[in-house]
Design a protein around this ligand. Structure first.
Ligand code: NAI
Length: 353
């Protein structure tokens, strides 16, 4: 049987990786540039699988269309599944994801943002190319001996801690589920959030977005921080109330900010909008600060991560159609809002329903 896959939001790199690895699977993949949403769901008629990414919208309306069209599986090319209505999908369409592809990729990108902001290489590059060899204004600080506050010590947070320990930094950490053994092994200390805010020279966010931590970086928490603090966010945009971040940057209350994610990123990130005016005034204002570095959600974007994403996604599809165990399935009965899959709920089941 030839499995027909509708692949939404295709970028040139997706196509390259999937075409190469699909040689081992031979699925019949149709690459579409559109995002999946209530309008484009009409394109899925007679497909067995929909392959989707973070900007695709799988609400109840879309799920119902997919189900009517005979789609049996949603194969997410991401770890996060907050864009799928799992309750609507339950009993109709199975959903699989790529739980981890390269924590190092994201951690290394967070450190890239830190080093760029610190040593101002983004500005030095342009100066030297313009034959301006002055180093005025490019002064940075030694990372060695400074304090990093890591929020969220899961796979990515831990990888970041290991890199920063290599620089000789003191590490403070916060997690709703602290890993005491890791702390001992790695020489970091779990503290409360107030201590992170008050004592850190760099604060790096590596936790998921949950109802409890929306806008955790806001006027109140920014006011607790050192005036020189660098804030790094590779987690999720809504962890930071961007208007308040701009307020703190304008008032000189913080040193710098490196953002790989942004509250309203879905309008802009991953797309080339260089021919248009930016209508989002908050994003436009952020782009004016010399001490703000924005990247377009590229933390995951390494060869190793793309290889893992591609291989796991294709393998997830294979397992489904061979009626095998589906280790990467998510459903509203076995997943918490924190993105964790509660294995107990799946015990003894090949599939979630
Ligand atoms: P993980 O699940 O391994 O770790 C998350 C950690 O955060 C867990 O230890 C959890 O206990 C902790 N946590 C949950 N709620 C918290 C809270 N309110 N405060 C502090 N800690 C909390 O996840 P992983 O793989 O380390 O990813 C972390 C986040 O990074 C993801 O949720 C995602 O938002 C983001 N991410 C960003 C990417 C990028 O390209 N920029 C790519 C992949 C993930």
């Amino acid at each position: 049987m030839s499995v027909k896959v509708a692949f939404f939001d295709t970028k040139p790199y997706d196509r390259r990786y999937f075409e190469t690895h699909n040689r081992d699977f031979s699925f019949d993949i149709t690459f579409l540039q559109d995002h999946l949403n209530p309008t484009t769901a009409a394109l899925t008629r007679d497909f067995d699988v929909v392959c989707a990414f973070v900007g695709d919208e799988m609400n109840r309306e879309v799920i119902d269309v997919l189900h009517d069209h005979g789609v049996k599986l949603i194969a997410l090319r991401s770890a996060g599944f907050n864009n799928v209505d799992l309750e609507a999908a339950y009993g109709k369409i199975h959903v699989v994801r790529v739980p981890a592809y390269s924590p190092q990729a994201v951690a290394e990108h967070a450190v890239t943002l830190m080093m760029t902001l610190n040593r101002k290489t983004h500005r030095a590059y342009y100066r030297v190319r313009d034959s301006n060899f002055s180093i005025n204004g490019l002064i940075g600080f030694d990372m060695h001996g400074k304090t990093a506050g890591i929020v969220g010590t899961g796979k990515i947070g831990k990888a970041a801690i290991q890199i920063l320990r290599g620089f000789g930094m003191r590490i403070l950490a916060y997690d709703v589920y602290p890993d005491k053994d890791f702390a001992k092994e790695c020489g970091c200390t779990y503290v409360d959030m107030e201590t992170i805010y008050k004592e850190s020279d760099i604060i790096s966010l590596h936790c998921p977005l949950t109802p409890e931590n929306v806008h955790m970086i806001n006027r109140d928490t920014l006011s607790l921080m050192k005036n020189s603090v660098m804030i790094i966010n590779t987690g999720r945009g809504k962890l930071i109330k961007t208007k308040d971040l701009i307020w703190a940057l304008k008032a000189g209350l913080i040193g710098s900010a490196g953002l790989d994610v942004y509250e309203e990123e879905s309008e802009y990130f991953f797309e080339d909008r260089s021919e248009e005016a930016i209508n989002d005034d908050i994003l436009a204002r952020l782009l004016t600060f010399p001490n703000v570095m924005i990247t377009s959600h590229q933390g995951f974007f390494t060869h190793e991560a793309l290889t893992n994403i591609t291989q796991t996604t294709l393998e997830n599809i294979r397992l489904y159609f061979q009626n095998d165990e589906l280790p990467n399935e998510v459903c509203h009965q076995c997943c918490g809002e924190d993105g964790k899959v509660h294995k107990e709920a799946r015990k003894g089941q090949k599939k979630c329903f």
